[in-house]
Design a protein around this ligand. Structure first.
Ligand SMILES: Cc1cc2nc3c(=O)[nH]c(=O)nc-3n(C[C@H](O)[C@H](O)[C@H](O)COP(=O)(O)O)c2cc1C
Length: 333
């Protein structure tokens, strides 16, 4: 890739779309840890937006930019309309989910099952691109079920590229549509990183991000150094956000300084206050903060104080402040 746009730069490191996890509160926290990384929403289905009118699913804080909306769907017209709603809401990118194997998603004929119909994916991409100026991207697997990844993946990439998608994230394992739970489908099918690297060699003009099983910034850097354009991190970024994101700006983007988990907590306090005044519950926000001090002194007390206290009626930012004071006292001891 020669001509990196700012969004392509941001995509050097991204936090994966994760249902129930990467909601707006989670993304706000991640943004405090890295100014640069690209953040993805949870998957929002096109039918929910277009037929259900669930526009509240698109709400986000302007601080979250650069932020990508992930859509689920398989009807080109409906996806085009959903993309339009997303672009209108201000998302920087609209991503199509071709990797999620859950039953609910299969019954709607979208997610990983779309790996079997690349022509339909190309039609979806083309329709979405025609509807919005924001960049349209795809997140996929290397194949599903009995497919032969060496054969189907290049064909899939070829077809979406012809439809105008020039950035793709590849979760480097197959999905089994029957017999494995979504969770098992994130762990059991073996990872094939080399295949993703071979795709970059075969499609040098595509911006390719790799995903799956990457748990440290050092691993992420190694993939970038080997020639990939981006790395997407999911579970590790959620469970140990400080480990993955605090050094991301200087190390991955060569800008800014190390961020600090304690500072991020302090910056969360006014955000928490504002959301609570709108009716949110403390626990809805603090549940994403439990892993902030993972592996550090006081981590267990931090988790316990927040998980036990945040559900209580009237719990507010004071609880978070107290929990932080405990961690910082432990760290200073
Ligand atoms: C709780 C959870 C929810 C997920 N939801 C989505 C989703 O909505 N859309 C999607 O494309 N992938 C989803 N994924 C898959 C992740 O985006 C990612 O591809 C996968 O976890 C592998 O990356 P990792 O090993 O870095 O976690 C989800 C993963 C988890 C753990």
């Amino acid at each position: 890739m020669k001509d990196f746009t700012p969004l392509h730069q941001a995509a050097r490191l991204s936090v994966a779309p994760m249902m129930d996890w990467t909601d707006r509160h989670c993304r706000y926290l991640h943004r405090l840890l890295s100014r640069e990384a690209l953040l993805y929403t949870e998957m929002v289905t096109a039918p929910a937006l277009v037929r259900g009118g669930a526009l509240h699913l698109l709400e986000f804080n302007p601080q979250e930019h650069p932020v990508a909306l992930q859509l689920g769907g398989s009807d080109p017209e409906e996806l085009a309309e959903a993309a339009r709603l997303g672009a209108e809401a201000g998302y920087d990118e609209i991503n199509l989910n071709c990797g999620c194997p859950s039953d609910r998603v299969q019954s709607g004929a979208f997610g990983a099952v779309l790996m079997q119909t690349p022509e339909l994916v190309a039609d979806c991409v083309a329709a979405m691109r025609a509807a919005v100026d924001a960049e349209v991207t795809v997140k996929c697997r290397i194949g599903v079920d009995e497919q032969e990844p060496e054969e189907v993946l290049p064909d899939f990439l070829e077809k979406i590229r012809a439809a105008g998608c020039i950035r793709v994230t590849i979760h480097a394992r197959k999905a089994w549509l029957q017999g494995l739970s979504p969770k098992e489908n994130r762990d059991i099918p073996p990872l094939d990183y080399d295949l993703v690297h071979r795709m970059k060699a075969a499609f040098p003009d595509l911006h390719i991000s790799i995903n799956g099983g990457i748990t440290t910034l050092a691993e992420a850097k190694a993939h970038l150094d080997r020639g990939l354009d981006g790395v997407m991190v999911g579970r590790a970024a959620y469970h140990q956000p400080a480990d993955v994101l605090c050094a991301a700006d200087p190390e991955i983007y060569g800008t800014g300084a190390l961020s600090d988990a304690g500072d991020a907590v302090r910056q969360m306090l006014p955000y928490i206050e504002a959301r609570l005044s709108e009716g949110a519950k403390l626990n809805q926000i603090t549940r994403h903060m439990l892993g902030l001090f993972a592996g550090k002194p006081g981590a267990r007390q931090w988790r316990r104080k927040l998980s036990e206290g945040a559900c209580r009626a009237g719990a507010g930012p004071d609880l978070v402040q107290e929990a932080l004071a405990q961690v910082e006292t432990r760290a200073a001891a």
